[in-house]
Every structure is written in structure tokens, then in C-alpha cells.
Design a protein around this ligand. Structure first.
Ligand code: ADP
Length: 585
């Protein structure tokens, strides 16, 4: 498909978003046309004012004029209001729709999509790009219709009075348009450089502020200051270039306009012209010529605005067209017993050369605990990622209660798991609501409190004036790593799913936190199948089975005692990393 047809399709699709608001859109166009008509009409009356009013000394005309001017401006204001209001009304509706669609769609996209796109990029699509679509397209439409109609009106007026003199403008007009075109191209280039430079200013400042401690510790002040100074100056230079272009172009355009004025004056000095032209007609001509400059200048930017809008829309549609997570399963599942089986599973991440899981097989009987140990990057998290269908294996089968997990409805499958990971995601809400997040159906305050107590959350919330109703994060309390983890455990307790996937913390917590978390976790593991990415000796010792992973393969399996006896990979790992009760990684 050529670029142009792609653009046309994007354009048509974008128009589809305006369709429901057709009436408002037509209103705004009527407003624009009315506005241009009023302006043209206003200038057409200059002749009457000068010839009848001033030359013929008709005072009535002047009095009429006194009433005429405000009336014209009222009409102008009205049309301006109608066009701007309705155009923006439609524009913001479209922005809102696009935002909501993007937000909803991004939630449905597979994890692999999110892996490939940076968070900042996706967020700016929702916040900024959507706005760009509406702003750029509204501007393009407004200028094209309103200023276009005004230009036609003025040209008509000029030709009506004297086609000979108007021709002067037709010679000069395109020349000016050309200059404006070249200048605006340069403008765009410099502006985009300014944007990049401003981005650099932000990034550099952010790095310094975020890494403030490192900078002062390693005496990086001078280096950072120098780096910032360079970038700061680039921005200044580019801004000055913009100003130079602007000033030079304005002067140049005015010079050309002055030539055209000279030409008009020369032409008008011919005797037959002098006889034909009244003072009023002549003034109208000159004013119209001067008035034409501004809309013409604006019209040259229409295309670039339009292109900007289309490009922004294209980047939004790209996301919207991305296939959501596959969900072809049809089996319902209320509560699984919790038997998990990996049968010769082979999985490779999108762009990886080597498989992350290389023919992995294991079975966990319902209610038992499987510990995964191995160096970082050996494939432990990948196992949990496949279980929850974040990614699909290329070969082999994963079964839950004897059924392929792809046969279950995705929603039903995910309900079977509670995930407690090292990185606890808390939402900007109260602690209680964070605990209730993910629980099925209605939960009472009493249930939340119970879960909070069992997970030792109340240990620290009871000291807070608002207790469990304290807000988390920016406007509320700052929580320590251990406290966040306890909230995650309470959340999992309340969710009461038959299978627990636990990624133990690698970083050491203080002993108090550690003890609480340990006992909360063992409560959580009761009567559940657990898959634990283990970093603690105590977990490993009590696991029903341990899988030792290496480069995506299971190299050993068995209980702690069995594996120690074998004196193989596990024994080595144990001697190196577990024997002093230190974390694996
Ligand atoms: P572990 O949990 O044992 O530290 P992982 O299961 O996270 O190991 O990783 C296994 C392998 O897969 C590693 O080589 C890692 O680099 C790679 N990997 C993990 N996540 C991704 C991803 N989202 N995209 C591509 N490769 C990944």
C-alpha cells in the first residue's frame, strides 16, 4: 500500500470519529463561512464610506457607518464563537473517544506488546498524541475553510474593482507564498530541533535530580554542570535561529509587498486608470491586498498541520489495530483443584536466540509447594509467565487440573492465581482498597481487616490515624518494602485463589519484617498449590519438590535432602549461596 493511500485511509478513519457529531461540525463550518463573509462585506463597504461619505460629504453615510461598524463586529463575534465553539466541541469529543479507546485497548494487549514499547511512549500516546490529532486537524480545517473563504472573498472584491491592478497581486502573491513556504519549512526544522533540545534539558535535569546522591558522592557536580551547560546553550542557539528566521522573513515579505504597492501606484498613474478609479475603489484595493497577506501566510501551514494530525492519528491507530490477547478457550472454571503440569514446554521470547524454557516438564500435585531455584536468567519467572498466559509456549503443553490452560476462558484461568511478587504494585487508593483489589465479588470491611491482620498489615496501620483507610503513596504514607509486601500478601489472602505464585524478595528485610512476612506467607500457602521462585533457605527446605534451573533447563529435581545427597548442581548452589541463609541472587 502506498503512503498516500495509507494516509487517505487514516483520514477516512479519522472522519469516522467526527461522524456522530456531524451536526455540530456543520454548524462550525457555517460559522467559519459566515465569519469570512462578514469580513469581506466589511471591506467592501470602504468604497461607500470614502466615495459617498467623505468625497461627497454625505454625513448620513457616516452616521450609518457608526451603527454599521458595531453591528458588523457583533455578527463577526457571533460567527467566531459558533465556529470555534463547535469545532472544539467536536475536537475534544474525538480526543476523549480516542483516549478511552487507547486506554481500554492497551489493557487488552498482550504482555509481549508492552515489552516492546516503552511506558513513556505509550503514556504520551494517551495524553499527548490524541490531543495533537484534534489540535492539528482543527487548526487545518479552521484555516482552510475560514481563511480560504476570506481569501476568495477579498480576491473577488479586488477583481470587481479593477482586474488590471488585481493582476499585480496575482504576480506578487505566489512569490510571497513561496517565501512563506520556505520559511515555514525551516521553522519546522528548527522547532523540532528545539523540541529535541528541550527533551535533552529535561532528561539531563531529571538525571541529576534523580541521581543527586550519586552525583554528590562521586563529585560529579562539575561534569553534570558542564553537560547541562552544553545542552542549555544548544536550546538557546536554536531559539535564536528561530527568531532570526522569523524577523528576516517578515522584513523580506514586507519588502516584496512594498514593491507590489509601488507597482500598483505606477499603474494607477496611467491617465485612463486615474479616470476610472475612484478614491474609494483604490483604497479598497490596497486594503484588500494588505489584508490578503495574513490568511495567505496561514494557508501555507495548512498542509503541515494536516500532515501532523494524520501522522498522530496513524500512530494511535497502529496501537488500536494491534491484536488483543488471544482468548479462544471456552471452558469455564470456578475453582481449580490446583494440579499443575508442564509437559515438554519449549518457549522462546520474541527476539531471543536461545529458548528461555528448553523442554521443561514437571508436575505439582494440588496443594503442594514447588520451589524454583537457579541463577538469575535461568528461566524461573518465565515459568510463572507462561502459567498465567502472559506468553504462549511454542511447543509442549501446560495443564491445569488435567486440561490445557488454553482451553479455559482467559478470565477464568487467571482467577485461579494469586501473584505475590517482589515488585508490589499499589494503586493510588487507600490501603484497604488496595487489599481488596482483585478480590472476587463484594468484600466487607471485616474481611479486609481480617486479611490485613493475618498478613500483619495492621501492625503498622494501627499506628496511623486513619488506619486501613490511609492513602498509599504520594498523598499518603510512604511504605517500606516489607510493608508493601505485607499488603500484597493480604491482597492474595483475600483473593483466596487456589494457586499461589510467589516471587520471594531478594533483598534482605529487617528481621522483624522478615519474621512477619514469613509467617504471613506460610498462612497463605496453606491448602494451596504454590510455585515459589525461592531465594530463602527456609522455603526451599520445606518445599515438596525443588527444580534446579539452568539456562532454561531443569538440571536437577528432588527434595532438599535428596538433592544435597546427590552432590550435584544443587549442592554447589547451596554451598555457594544458601548455607549462610543469604539470598540466592
Ligand atoms: P529468572 O526468573 O530465572 O531470573 P527469567 O525467566 O526472567 O529468569 O529469564 C529467562 C531468560 O529469558 C533470560 O535469558 C532473560 O534474559 C530472558 N527474558 C526474560 N524476560 C524476557 C522478555 N520479556 N523478553 C525477552 N527476553 C526475556
Amino acid at each position: 500500500m502506498s503512503q498516500n493511500t495509507a494516509k487517505q485511509r487514516t483520514f477516512r478513519r479519522l472522519m469516522g470519529y467526527i461522524k456522530p457529531y456531524r451536526a455540530a461540525f456543520i454548524f462550525s463550518i457555517v460559522g467559519m463561512l459566515g465569519y469570512a463573509a462578514v469580513d469581506t462585506f466589511f471591506f467592501s463597504q470602504i468604497e461607500t464610506l470614502i466615495d459617498d461619505g467623505l468625497t461627497n460629504q454625505n454625513s448620513k453615510i457616516l452616521i450609518y457607518g457608526a451603527i454599521f461598524v458595531p453591528v458588523v463586529f457583533i455578527a463577526r463575534g457571533l460567527f467566531n464563537f459558533i465556529s470555534t465553539y463547535f469545532l472544539n466541541w467536536v475536537g475534544f469529543r474525538v480526543v476523549t473517544t480516542l483516549r478511552q479507546q487507547l486506554f481500554d485497548h492497551m489493557m487488552k494487549l498482550p504482555v509481549a506488546f508492552h515489552d516492546r514499547h516503552s511506558t513513556g511512549d505509550l503514556i504520551s500516546k494517551i495524553t499527548y498524541t490524541t490531543q495533537q490529532v484534534a489540535e492539528a486537524s482543527s487548526r487545518a480545517i479552521l484555516i482552510l475553510i475560514r481563511e480560504g473563504a476570506f481569501v476568495l472573498g477579498l480576491l473577488g472584491l479586488m477583481f470587481y474593482h479593477s482586474w488590471q491592478l488585481s493582476l499585480v497581486f496575482l504576480v506578487v502573491g505566489p512569490l510571497i507564498a513561496k517565501i512563506v513556504g520556505v520559511v515555514s519549512k525551516r521553522f519546522r526544522k528548527v522547532s523540532s530541533r528545539i523540541q529535541t533540545a528541550m527533551g535533552n534539558v529535561t532528561t539531563t535535569a531529571e538525571q541529576m535530580i534523580n541521581g543527586h546522591k550519586v552525583v554528590v558522592m562521586y563529585e560529579g557536580q562539575k561534569r553534570e554542570s558542564k553537560r547541562f551547560n552544553d545542552i542549555n546553550n544548544v536550546t538557546r542557539n536554536q531559539n535564536m535561529k528561530l527568531i532570526n528566521t522569523q524577523t528576516l522573513s517578515t522584513s523580506l515579505i514586507q519588502l516584496i509587498a512594498s514593491f507590489s504597492l509601488s507597482m500598483v501606484l505606477v499603474l494607477a498613474s496611467f491617465p485612463q486608470m486615474l479616470a476610472e478609479l475612484s478614491a474609494g475603489a483604490f483604497t479598497t484595493l490596497l486594503t484588500a491586498m494588505i489584508m490578503l497577506l495574513r490568511p495567505l501566510k496561514q494557508l501555507t501551514t495548512v498542509n503541515s498541520d494536516f500532515q501532523r494530525g494524520i501522522a498522530a492519528a496513524q500512530s494511535i491507530f497502529e496501537v488500536l489495530d494491534h491484536e488483543p490477547e488471544i482468548d479462544q478457550g471456552s471452558k469455564s472454571l470456578t475453582r481449580a483443584k490446583g494440579e499443575i503440569c508442564f509437559d515438554d514446554v519449549l518457549f522462546r521470547y520474541d527476539e531471543a536466540d536461545t529458548p528461555a524454557l528448553d523442554h521443561v516438564s514437571f508436575t505439582v500435585t494440588a496443594g503442594k509447594t514447588l520451589a524454583l531455584v537457579g541463577r538469575s536468567g535461568s528461566g524461573k519467572s518465565t515459568i510463572s509467565n507462561l502459567l498465567t498466559r502472559f506468553y504462549s509456549p511454542q511447543a509442549g503443553q501446560i495443564r491445569l487440573d488435567g486440561e490445557n490452560i488454553y482451553d479455559y476462558k482467559l478470565k477464568h484461568l487467571r482467577r485461579q492465581f494469586a501473584l505475590v511478587s517482589q515488585h508490589v504494585t499499589l494503586f493510588n487508593d487507600t490501603i484497604a482498597n488496595n487489599i481488596a483489589y482483585g478480590a472476587h465479588g463484594e468484600v466487607s470491611a471485616e474481611q479486609i481487616r481480617q486479611a490485613a491482620e493475618q498478613a500483619y498489615v495492621t501492625e503498622f496501620t494501627d499506628n496511623l490515624p486513619l488506619g486501613l483507610d490511609t492513602m498509599v503513596g504520594e498523598n499518603g504514607v510512604m511504605l517500606s518494602g516489607g510493608q508493601r509486601q505485607r499488603i500484597a500478601i493480604a491482597r492474595a489472602l483475600l483473593r483466596d485463589a487456589p494457586i499461589l505464585i510467589l516471587d520471594e524478595a531478594t533483598s534482605a528485610l529487617d528481621t522483624e519484617s522478615e519474621r512477619h512476612i514469613q509467617s504471613a506467607l506460610s498462612r497463605l500457602q496453606q491448602n494451596r498449590t504454590s510455585i515459589v521462585i525461592a531465594h530463602r533457605l527456609s522455603t526451599i527446605e520445606s518445599a515438596d519438590e525443588i527444580l534446579v534451573m539452568e539456562d532454561g533447563r531443569v538440571v536437577e529435581r528432588g527434595t532438599h535432602a535428596e538433592l544435597l545427597e546427590r552432590k550435584g548442581a544443587y549442592h554447589q548452589l547451596y554451598r555457594l549461596q544458601f548455607s549462610h541463609e543469604t539470598p540466592v541472587e
